[in-house]
Design a binder for this molecule. Structure first.
Ligand code: PMP
Length: 353
């Protein structure tokens, strides 16, 4: 079929599976194991469905204002999207169009190369060092823009604010995007640098630390001019991206800072405990500051463990890719879920001896 020559062909991103089983333990997509803030539930139950006949607020003003207030920036420095995937995709479209290759780590969020291919953006990957760290020197070569997560995914490793600043300040002529999807679990945000560097865009999400993956809320903060360009691209694409319930419930989540901090604190405590117990079982891993661990066992291949867990209805993430094909990414669940995983692994490893 000749029309096929004219089609934009892409190899799509593959998200973690979403099995629906009663008794499963789902630790494969870095969701929060706890519910959203109580106020979100209360408000959801009293929402006026009749209002849904109207279009939502295209500029997402109340949520932008709430975020600006929370992060002590101007509303004109905030852009909200349908999950951070939407924000990142828009940012690729808007900021990475010089024709020069953009740079990102070789082991990183596997959506970056998909967006680059979708938008026909050339890219070059920079190898993480043998300890999975970014080498800032790699990001001092000519480029059309830079993106990396901090903490990185799937390694969970955090780069210092000094390293981030070194990369941002060495690249004043391009936009540098720091994807902070996991920063609330113990990272240091680069938000403190957005008023110092007009080329820095910091992206965050409600999907992990705010327990709202199902509502699809992401946002970014940066210099007003960056946000204006991003907004212009969005309004040239689709005005009404974020639905009304997400806008309303998102504001409610931001209001409850005590619940947010409590939830994050619980996940961090569980993560630190899981680190100790997994170490005792012969696992090694980078010292994660995210809500997941990226583990390798001293003797059993990751693929085998992945399959055994899956058969027991415990879902974790595995990639059959160079450099990471002996690693499993395990999302931090509740204490009870982690106990069950550790128990399973203990007896699985014993059986193999
Ligand atoms: N960035 C990173 C590094 C991620 O791991 C994810 C989650 N898949 C996202 C962004 C996107 O998350 P969301 O669209 O749910 O905000």
């Amino acid at each position: 079929m000749k029309w096929e020559n004219k089609v934009r062909k892409v190899v799509p991103y593959v998200a973690g599976e979403q099995p629906k089983k009663d008794k499963m333990i789902k630790l494969n997509t870095n969701e929060c194991p706890y519910p959203p803030a109580p106020g979100v539930k209360r408000l959801a139950e009293t929402m006026n469905v009749d209002d849904l006949r109207l279009y939502p607020n295209a500029s997402v003003t109340p949520l932008v204002d709430a975020l600006a207030d929370y992060y002590h920036v101007k509303p004109s420095q905030v852009f909200v999207g349908v999950g951070s995937d939407d924000v990142l995709s828009m940012a690729f479209l808007t900021f990475f169009c010089s024709g020069q290759p953009i740079l990102f780590p070789d082991v990183t969020y596997s959506f970056y190369d998909v967006w680059a291919d979708l938008y026909r953006i050339p890219y070059k990957t920079c190898a993480l060092d043998e300890n999975w760290h970014i080498n800032p020197e790699d990001y001092k070569q000519p480029n059309g823009g830079i993106i990396f997560p901090n903490p990185n995914a799937p390694t969970g490793l955090l780069e210092s604010l000094e390293t981030v600043e070194e990369i941002v300040s060495a690249n004043p002529d391009v936009v540098v995007i720091v994807d902070e999807a996991y920063v609330d679990f113990g990272g240091t945000s680069a938000l403190s640098l957005v008023n110092k560097y007009d080329n820095l865009l910091v992206v965050q999400t409600f999907s992990k630390s705010r327990a709202m993956a199902g509502l699809r809320i992401g946002f970014c903060i940066g210099n007003e001019k960056l946000i204006q360009y991003l907004s212009d691209a969005k309004f040239s694409f689709n005005s009404y991206t974020m639905n009304m319930p997400s806008q309303i419930l998102g504001v409610e989540a931001v209001k409850d800072d005590a619940y947010f901090k409590e939830t994050v604190g619980k996940i961090i405590a569980t993560r630190e405990r899981a680190k100790k117990e997994l170490k005792e079982l012969g696992f090694t891993f980078p010292d994660s500051r995210a809500n997941f661990l990226f583990v390798t066992h001293e003797s059993i291949p990751a693929k085998e463990i992945f399959q055994a867990l899956r058969e027991a209805d415990i879902y974790v993430r595995y990639w059959d890719k160079p450099r990471i094909d002996n690693c499993l990414r395990i999302t931090i669940g509740t204490d009870k879920e982690m106990d069950a995983v550790i128990e399973f692994l203990k007896s699985y490893i014993e059986r193999g001896k």
